[in-house]
Write a protein that binds this ligand. Structure first.
Ligand code: AMP
Ligand code: GLY
Length: 424
């Protein structure tokens, strides 16, 4: 089988790594990929958002299956485009991807179908949104409706901050069209976890729980990033809570999407807030998490091709996921300054030595090859991921590998996994 992966991050490297283990795969391609992915998949220099060019490539190369990593191409309808041309692709349609692409759509759906989530109100006019603040208790969470690369969510401690957030989103259009509507939401407290599942539109087949580390600094301080590290499993999601999430959130959401004429096939990712033994939805994503995919795919023993093919053909009810019982931890190494501005083009040293640490895989994100050197090319650069007998060993091995890698201005959190250790 020939498989085309779309995207260029650590998630896509982990997908390529997982596909490369499948005896069914004869050739991998990745558009556009990165320096690490290039060792497993032929790079295809096409923009992930250029569906017509990608479809033409898939047809010309005889690609049997295309798998989409990031949300933007999904929201723009790459799956509809490929399907209309008779090309096999895994991911939600444009209509289904609205679950991530429009927070107003998502919140309205959850309210209509009584799926647990924070109380909210949605606005398309700044004045009405500002007036609504008079009746709010603070903090509130102000969210741009559309995709904003994780930056469209502002927690406002008091009214003035909420007004500033509304101005930024609705008047300044800091996130462009994503800010034509806003959601003002109740602030939830508790512990966050990620719950990511394969779904064929009927059956939900969950991966183990995982947890991201969104804030840039240790102790969850500082601005949010795409994710500075992840581990799986997340002990906060007990077996009882997982059953509750499946029954009260995942299955009702898949049923609701079908009832709305937007059947959801693909990866369904619920970002959860957990408090007092109950889970509420913070957000839905319509794809694998990044960096959650890195530890999750290292734990997946089933052939990823089989699972994805079953999801496309609506046979997930006949699949059992085989999962490595051992935990995995991913430490993201980033460019200093991220999520703000940062330098690129820095030579990365120590990759070969670090790859020799037992149980470790080094997934590349923002990297590119320059002659015989690998250099930084983005904010998140590497996801150093370790699988080991227990969590302390996985943390230890991941950091042993991390410490062998360096470049000018390299930054990483030193506390990835500590929250799980405190619970365990
Ligand atoms: P979202 O993209 O909606 O998941 O928001 C990004 C991050 O903002 C989440 O991972 C949370 O850390 C935080 N957040 C979003 N909504 C809420 C909320 N209602 N209460 C508390 N924190 C929130
Ligand atoms: N790790 C968060 C995300 O993928 O959205």
């Amino acid at each position: 089988m020939k498989i085309l992966i779309i995207g260029s991050g650590g998630r896509e490297h982990a997908l390529a790594w997982s596909f490369a283990r499948s005896p069914k795969v004869s050739k991998l391609y990745c558009a556009p990929g990165n320096a690490g992915i290039a060792a497993l998949a032929t790079p295809v220099p096409i923009d992930p958002n250029d569906s017509p060019a990608l479809a033409a490539f898939a047809r010309a190369e005889g690609i049997d299956l295309t798998v989409v990593g990031p949300e933007a191409p999904l929201s723009r309808g790459i799956v509809d485009h490929f399907s209309a041309e008779g090309l096999r692709i895994f991911g939600p349609s444009r209509g289904a991807a609205a679950l991530e692409g429009s927070k107003v759509f998502m919140k309205d759906l959850l309210r209509k179908y009584r799926i647990p989530s924070a109380a909210y109100a949605a606005f398309s006019q700044r004045e009405k949104a500002v007036a609504h603040l008079a009746g709010c208790s603070f903090p509130v969470v102000v969210k741009a409706d559309g995709l904003a690369a994780g930056k469209g969510v502002i927690i406002a401690a008091e009214r003035a901050e909420a007004v500033a957030a509304l101005d930024l989103i609705m008047a300044d259009r800091a996130f462009g069209e994503a800010g034509s509507q806003v959601v003002i939401e109740e602030f939830l407290t508790g512990e966050e976890a990620s719950f990511i599942a394969f779904t064929d539109g009927k059956t939900v087949l969950p991966l183990p729980s995982s947890q991201d580390h969104k804030a840039v600094y240790e102790g969850d301080r500082g601005p949010n990033t795409g994710g500075m590290g992840a581990y799986s499993p997340a002990p906060v999601l007990t077996p009882e809570l997982e059953a509750q999430v499946m029954a009260n959130i995942m299955y009702p959401t898949v049923a609701a999407m079908a009832a709305e004429g937007r059947p959801f096939q693909g990866m369904l990712y619920a970002g959860l807030m957990i408090e007092n033994g109950a889970a509420k939805v913070l957000e839905f994503n319509c794809r694998f998490g990044d960096p959650e995919a890195q530890p999750l795919l290292m734990r997946l023993r089933s052939d990823l091709v089989d699972v994805i093919e079953a999801a496309i053909d609506q046979r997930l009810d006949r699949i059992n996921l085989e999962i490595d019982p051992r935990p995995a931890v991913c430490v993201v190494m980033a460019s200093g300054g991220y999520p703000g501005s940062y330098a690129t083009g820095q030579e990365i040293k120590g990759l070969r030595e670090a790859a020799l640490v037992p149980g470790v895989e080094i997934f590349h994100a923002g990297t590119r090859r320059e002659n015989d050197r690998v250099v930084t090319a983005g904010g998140r650069v590497l996801g150093v991921t370790a699988l080991a007998d227990d969590l302390p060993a996985a943390i230890d091995q991941a950091y042993r590998a991390v410490e062998l890698i360096s470049w000018d201005g390299c930054y990483y959190r030193r506390d990835i996994g500590q929250k799980a250790l405190r619970r365990g």
